[in-house]
Design a protein around this ligand. Structure first.
Ligand SMILES: *Cc1c(COP(=O)(O)O)cnc(C)c1O
Length: 693
């Protein structure tokens, strides 16, 4: 970009001659002209490329001509919404950020797609049985979502998978689909098994999957006691290992499942009690987010053989359940990097159908009903987490002070370094600047440098780094020792969010999610940024972002714009509808985290007592869209309740203390009233900050 270097030259020229405040009017207009020229040079396509939205977002998310993210909830079937406008209109309804927006149509589309892929594969390979998927409830247990999965899944007789007793309770109550399966996984006690078996009497098809040898005895006893024949499955520990993060889920030492000798034992046990015909399903799960298709193929091949063998041993085999693992392309790279996948849903279905068919045909066994427990692939896309930026901490951009002859030697040295930086010596200057800064701190510690001199040192130091950074921007090659510079110079954007609550996997297992602004995408994002959340925890940050190769540690974002209403800025919080609002000095800047609909919403924890965020469900209709449900996030009272504080007691406590202070004349009546008012209204408001401009 030629213009870029023009600006650089311009600004270094300026800094050489004069202070920023002395820039003549004409220079300033020239710079502004260049800047707006530059803005024009940034195209929507550049944003698409930068944030990889066409990779991970297809076919649901893209950018429109005004530079806003748009959502096409029905995928290729048409209809779209401007996400920025949508957020604005939700805010008008007094629902604040952070906010999860659920697109029911996306959920429907995912379920349709999954079933369509299997139908296509079944037709293509002339497979002589059907596909009957189940949704693993653990992926997202929220009732509205599970209910929608059941509703959208009905035409395909889509079922549910439970991995625990509470999930079983959800599944039995919610699944009302004729012929829909309820796969019962996880640790089981007598009550779990009896409840599952009894659900048959309600017309459901619960399949109890044996994951531990001891469970067989419980199943046998329960079926005798209730006089109901159960449908039983076995989870096998395959020797095929998953890859990446969840590799431990499989292999010989996996937590769940039976090894081959154990399976033989179970078969014999069922046979001797006369209920071997109850054994109808084989299940395996080699982990989630399997990024490589070859790993999936290996697993299917091994499982198909075991299935065939079980049938030959006399079990009444009917179902093969291939578990989860169908991956989501979080970085859009279509690779077998852990945040991606090197196959698509159709490849996945094709390989399963083809492998199973081949194994069964060879041994003349009827091919099974195929089940997958795809959670991530179904639930990830439907939810978008939108949050705002509260403020920024950055290395000041103003010109460093001019240092006169009489000033401290170290200041003069640093100033000289600053002035002399150019394309040829910047690497050396970088090390000089660091050295002078370190020296100055020692001198300061010995009492030979005043605090205002030290301030000048830091200003000069930042000035040097900025100048070097500008040079690096236009150079192709970044020397090794300067790689850290970008990180040092990065801005920190404070986001109105708790990573622990809303993106726990980003913190706990370094999972990557696409994050990007939802507006201003026709403008070049000139800042390099780390995101810091609201919690007082140094882990409460996001500094790993998707990139085409591997990951990047800084995200390109737009500079915050000072609000033109900022003259009204007042540090005093104002009370309005019992919501405490901070009057922001910045224009709203909205970011969104995508593909977080699986696992993230549910594993949140109350770090610093930031609770659940607001959720709205959006559905397209002919006249635009409709907000179907609003699930308000936690209030402070609710969050405090989780940790056993009673809000009435807290208020009473504060009231007593205020009364005491009044008696002792430490507080005025007006102040005490304000304190109590603030206290009480805080209790009933959202745990996140509410910004108004
Ligand atoms: C977690 C889990 C799933 C879901 O896996 P995804 O990769 O999200 O599809 C399916 N089955 C079992 C047994 C699981 O534990």
């Amino acid at each position: 970009m030629d213009l870029h270097s023009t600006i650089n030259e311009n600004s270094s020229q300026i800094s050489n001659n004069t202070l920023l405040t002395n820039i003549s009017q004409t220079d300033q207009t020239e710079i502004n002209d260049i800047k707006s020229e530059q803005k024009k040079l940034w195209r929507i396509e550049d944003s698409e490329k930068l944030y990889k939205i066409l990779g991970w977002g297809h076919p649901y998310f893209s950018i429109n001509s005004v530079g806003h993210v748009t959502v096409s909830p029905k995928g290729d079937l048409g209809g779209s919404l401007d996400l920025y406008e949508l957020v604005e209109s939700i805010k008008q309804r007094n629902i604040g950020l952070p906010l999860i927006i659920r697109f029911s149509d996306i959920l429907e589309d995912r379920i349709e797609r999954l079933n369509a892929c299997f139908s296509k594969a079944i037709a293509r390979y002339k497979y002589k049985n059907i596909y009957r998927g189940v949704f693993p409830v653990k992926c997202n247990q929220n009732s509205h979502l599970v209910e929608e999965v059941v509703k959208f899944g009905k035409p395909h007789k889509f079922g549910l998978e439970a991995g625990s007793k509470p999930e079983l309770l959800i599944a039995i109550a919610t699944l009302n689909t004729t012929d829909g399966l309820i796969i019962c996984n996880g640790y089981k006690d007598r009550e779990y098994i009896e409840t599952a078996i009894l659900a048959q009497r309600l017309g459901k098809i619960p399949i109890i999957v044996i994951e531990q040898v001891e469970e067989v005895q419980l199943v046998i006893e329960a079926s005798r006691k209730l006089n109901i024949k159960p449908v039983v499955g076995i989870r096998v520990k395959l020797s095929t290992k998953g890859m990446g993060r969840w590799a431990g889920t499989t292999g010989d030492r996996a937590k769940f499942g039976l090894n081959i000798p154990e399976i033989i034992k179970v078969v014999n046990q069922l046979k001797s009690t006369g209920i071997l015909d109850s054994l109808q399903l084989l299940h395996f799960h080699i982990g989630s987010q399997i990024s490589s298709i070859s790993v999936i193929k290996d697993a299917i091949r091994e499982a198909s053989q075991i299935y065939v063998e079980l049938a030959q041993l006399g079990a009444n085999m009917k179902y093969l359940d291939v578990g989860g693992g169908l991956a989501v392309d979080y970085d859009g790279s279509k690779s077998n990097f852990y945040a991606s996948k090197n196959y698509d849903m159709q490849n996945y279905a094709n390989d399963i159908v083809a492998e199973v068919k081949e194994a069964c045909e060879e041994k003349n066994i009827l091919p099974p009903i195929l089940i997958s427990e795809s959670g991530r692939a179904v639930a990830s896309h439907q939810s978008v987490l939108v949050f705002d930026v509260l403020g920024v901490s950055q290395i000041p951009k103003e010109e460093p002070p001019v240092i006169g002859k009489g000033e401290h030697l170290i200041l003069q040295n640093l100033y000289e370094t600053y002035q002399s930086i150019n394309k040829d010596n910047y690497q050396e200057a970088y090390h000089d600047a660091i050295q002078f800064k370190e020296e100055s701190i020692s001198i300061f510690n010995f009492g030979y440098l005043s605090i205002s001199e030290r301030a000048k040192v830091e200003q000069l130091y930042w000035g040097c780094l900025r100048k070097i950074q500008e040079i690096l921007k236009s150079s192709e090659y970044i020397p090794n020792d300067l790689e850290e510079l970008e990180k040092v110079m990065a801005s920190i954007y404070y986001i109105n969010l708790s990573v622990f609550q809303s993106a726990p996997d980003s913190w706990a297992i370094n999972q990557l999610f696409p994050i990007m602004p939802i507006h201003r995408l026709d403008e070049e994002p000139t800042e390099r940024v780390i995101l810091a959340d609201l919690t007082c925890d140094s882990d409460g940050k996001i500094d790993r972002f998707i990139d085409l190769r591997d990951i990047k540690s800084l995200l390109e974002l737009h500079p915050l714009q000072v609000s033109n209403k900022s003259s009204q800025y007042s540090p005093i919080q104002k009370l309005e509808n019992s919501t405490t609002e901070i009057i922001s000095v910045f224009e709203p800047y909205y970011l969104a985290m995508f593909l977080g609909g699986a696992y993230q919403e549910i594993m949140g924890n109350l770090h610093n007592l930031f609770g659940d965020v607001n959720v709205v469900h959006i559905k397209l209709n002919p006249s635009g869209y409709k907000i179907e449900h609003v699930v308000k996030g936690d209030t402070m009272t609710e969050v405090l309740n989780y940790v056993q504080y009673n809000s009435d007691d807290l208020v009473e406590n504060i009231r007593c203390q205020t009364e005491q202070a009044l008696q002792e004349e430490k507080i005025t009546l007006k102040e005490s009233r304000m304190l109590l008012q603030n206290y009480e209204s805080s209790l009933s408001s959202y745990t996140y900050l509410s910004l108004s401009n």
